[in-house]
Design a protein around this ligand. Structure first.
Ligand code: TRP
Length: 364
């Protein structure tokens, strides 16, 4: 147990504040911290604990939020938080209700357009949700702009077998129906090894509003990732091979945590998406976070991105020496194609616990 009794929301809020300050976004810290608190739902008032009452899938230690920092050449860093709202008495159905309450109040206060969410909600929010979660949010913070709020829905919420139907129908309702076959051909070639993991929507005005589909690829090779990337139009799919090598440190199959693809559909996309991202769970392929940090720096260098903001962000979130654990740097992702290419680094709060470093094994 945590002797100080600090709540999840206060802990997350102070980390977010430090992170925003570290990348020169201190001016929006107060509003951003308030938004995070609200999005955590009633469960955010619980004190931190080594055995949390809801084992959130957002982070390995079950903290219900995770930070990320998005970098692109010549652009200021963006800070984001992925959040699972939870109920006072968490359960799959109670958390879904808590998340819908959060959405109602955010929509009211921030004037969020819910038309596209409403178009698909009956698919993804059944009365008895199955699987790991039903509704997560992402809050995107940028200087001089209102935060962007995104929702993540679970394609397996009616069971794994229903996932392709839900995603196909969801895309069709948003006008991207013809894109589903393209995704299936490129990213669902290996049966059950390729699973639908998220269906995401931006709650912004439709002109730039995106829909994203995520698939995880168990035991995938860099070649599989290149094929997955080539579904998006106008991208150089080969760049993901170098990314696997530099960020993942290997050209062998990724047999630990899976590589994940996401496809971005933008208005005007007809039969294929215009953006692709590859998420590499670097924490499964390093011994500790000091090694993960080097992988991130090499990746930023490969893409000509100034590492200053990443260094500051990491310093702001870490509360321990990097070599003393693994998983603080959870994923590294590469975005190619529209709307803008770049690298994103996912930083765990470690609010509940830290995973011990792996010991490099000496093969005799
Ligand atoms: N923790 C989950 C995972 O690692 C979900 C998740 C959190 C995730 N942040 C992510 C998945 C970033 C992909 C990218 O799969």
């Amino acid at each position: 147990m945590n002797p100080t009794g600090v709540s999840i929301r206060d802990f997350g809020g102070s980390q977010l504040r430090d992170l925003l300050h570290s990348v020169h976004l201190g001016g929006i810290a107060n509003n951003s911290v308030e938004l995070l608190s609200e999005t955590l739902g009633p469960g955010g008032f619980r004190p931190l604990s080594n055995s949390p009452s809801w084992r959130s899938g957002v982070a390995d230690d079950h903290t219900p939020f995770e930070f990320s920092t998005a970098f692109a050449v010549g652009e200021p860093a963006m800070v984001r938080v992925l959040v699972e709202p939870t109920a006072a008495e968490p359960s799959p159905a109670a958390n879904m209700d808590a998340a819908l309450d959060v959405l109602d109040s955010l929509a009211g206060r921030h004037g969020l357009p819910l038309d596209r969410f409403d178009a698909v909600r009956d698919l993804f929010l059944p009365s008895e949700p199955q699987g790991e979660f039903s509704l997560w949010f992402s809050l995107v913070f940028r200087a001089d702009a209102k935060p962007v709020i995104k929702v993540y829905l679970n394609p397996e919420v009616r069971g794994r077998a229903e996932a392709p139907l839900l995603v196909g129908e969801g895309l069709a309702r948003l006008g991207y129906g013809a894109g589903h076959a393209t995704i299936v051909d490129h990213a669902r070639r290996r049966g059950d090894l390729d699973r639908y993991s998220f269906f995401a929507l931006d709650l912004t005005e439709s002109s730039g509003a995106r829909a994203k589909v995520y698939l995880s690829h168990q035991d995938a090779t860099p070649d599989d990732a290149v094929v997955a990337a080539s579904a998006a139009h106008g991208v150089d799919a080969e760049t993901v091979r170098d990314f696997c090598l530099v960020a993942g440190g290997r050209s062998d199959p990724f047999t630990g945590r899976p590589l994940i693809s996401s496809y971005t559909f933008l208005p005007g996309d007809v039969d294929r998406p215009s953006g692709y991202s590859l998420y590499l769970p670097v924490r499964s392929y390093v011994n500790d976070d000091s090694e993960a940090r080097l992988r991130v720096l090499a990746t930023l260098d490969q893409h000509l991105i100034d590492p200053t903001a990443f260094r500051s962000a990491l310093g702001a979130v870490a509360r321990r020496p990097l070599a003393d654990g693994v998983g603080l740097i959870a994923h590294v992702s590469l975005r190619i194609g529209a709307p803008r290419p770049g690298v994103t680094v996912y930083l765990s709060s470690e609010a509940h616990s830290t995973a011990s470093p792996r010991v490099a094994t000496l093969v005799s």
